[in-house]
Design a protein. Sequence first.
Length: 94
Amino acid sequence: MENGSGNRDGFRHASLIREVNERIRAVSGHVESFDVLCECGRPDCDRTVEVTAARWEEIGRVEHVFVVAPGHELAESAPADSEADADPVVALPQ
């Protein structure tokens, strides 16, 4: 997650955005899908990504997996599962 300050800072930023997204999920109630902030780790990113509630719960069970907007994937990231073509979820290096 290169952002000019190195991978560690990008990972830290993505983790902070995850905390915000967890709060978004908590206040969104019983909805089928909702928008979260892109967790690409870029400090200037303001994109949002729609995820289903079920997918969000799956994401939360896997460490180092983040939701990223299309085009915000990095070369060193890997699809989190076989549905990666349609899925905005990637596993990012620490």
